[in-house]
Design a protein around this ligand. Structure first.
Ligand code: TYM
Length: 334
């Protein structure tokens, strides 16, 4: 608890072009929850270097991501929005928790297997221990809730296991976090292959709607989205393409799936697909405008970064001091 509020923590990697999946699975929920909780949102730049980054564009991407958090509606005064690499406690706790994580546990991580297959020329140790750093992120802030998409569920479970193991040895050091998954949009699928999740690293750009796509591109991608046999607009397992579009429509408009089905009852894809595009654009267009405005004000962004770095460091170091003491490190003379 901070200021009588429960703590919420989440973040995104500063890699690739963010997709609508990132928005609907994570960012949108952050915005809806941020009044109720004490929130920390990291730009996960330490995690990002598990895949090679070109320094200049990486730096720009990380700053843009922070601006995008604000553009999406997170007030940087009420929420702590910061760069993970600016708070060295993340890397320190990562090491300590690594000594409380078993290789057998890490071997089971499906995301590691997927990423290792995709980047077979660079299967580095960071990619392997990635979930330990994620546990450090979450546990440093004594987080109660972690709003993420379904693809992060396994990482959240290992975080809980590590925390419980540590607490069993040293007493109640860490709050045990719970995952928070939105009702809709927790797993947005590719528009070209609805058996795969919508992903930044999809080779087929038509499979993903990127948050920076302009309105015409969104319309085109929705029109081209694969659908299923039959022309009915109905949510069902044997209609993964249409179900995914309904999911997107529902998450963007706030209407339930049943309402959406009713709305398009008796109508064809010719009406449905443009309506999905319109619902997406109604979210993206104001976000683009706000994003451009924020980026232009360099001084504003710099001051936000400085203030929030300090806030994040304060809370992170509080936990780290406790952990250092518990494991028996000698005091650092002041
Ligand atoms: P990342 O950067 O891959 O994705 C950011 C968030 O977007 C969600 N997401 C999706 N949700 C629904 N449908 C999709 N197709 C989709 N694709 C991505 C992800 O679930 C995530 O919530 N490991 C994390 C970053 C991280 C983190 C943390 C998150 C590092 N430390 C601590 C929470 C707490 C990641 O790679 O997310």
């Amino acid at each position: 608890m901070i200021n009588d509020k429960k703590v919420l923590y989440s973040g995104m990697q500063a890699t690739g072009n963010l997709t609508l999946g990132n928005y609907l699975g994570a960012l949108k929920n952050w915005v809806s929850l941020n009044e109720e909780y004490e929130c920390f949102f990291g730009v996960m730049d330490l995690h990002s270097i598990t895949i090679r980054q070109e320094p200049a564009s990486f730096r720009k991407r990380a700053r843009n991501l922070l601006a995008l958090y604000i553009a999406a509606g997170l007030d940087p005064v009420k929420n702590c929005i910061y760069f993970q690499s600016h708070v060295s406690a993340h890397a320190e706790l990562n090491w300590i928790l690594g000594c409380f994580t078993y290789m057998g546990e890490l071997n089971r991580m499906t995301q590691f297997k997927d990423k290792a297959a995709k980047h077979s020329d660079n299967i580095n140790a960071g990619l392997y221990t990635y979930p330990v750093l994620m546990a450090a992120d979450i546990l440093l802030y004594q987080s109660d809730y972690v709003p993420v998409g379904r693809d992060q569920q396994q990482h959240l479970e290992i975080t809980r296991d590590i925390a419980q193991r540590f607490n069993a040895i040293y007493g109640d050091v860490f709050t045990i976090p719970e995952g928070y998954y939105g009702k809709r949009g927790a797993k947005v699928m590719s528009l070209q292959d609805p058996s795969k999740k919508m992903s930044k690293s999809d080779e087929n750009p038509n499979g993903s709607i990127y948050l920076m796509d302009d309105a015409d591109t969104v319309v085109r991608k929705c029109k081209r989205a694969v659908t299923d046999s039959g022309s009915e607009i109905r949510y069902s397992e044997d209609k993964p393409g249409v179900s995914n579009l309904l999911e997107i429509y529902s998450a963007c408009t706030g209407k339930s799936i049943e309402e959406a089905e009713k709305e398009f009852d008796g109508k064809g894809y010719g009406e449905f697909k443009p309506a999905v595009a319109e619902a997406v654009n109604a979210i993206l267009e104001p976000m683009h405008k706000e994003f451009e405005r924020i980026l232009q004000d360099k001084g504003y962004l710099d001051s936000i970064i400085k203030e929030n770095d300090e806030k994040a460091r304060y809370f992170a170091n509080k936990t780290l001091r406790k952990v250092r003491k518990k494991v028996g490190f000698t005091d650092i003379p002041r």
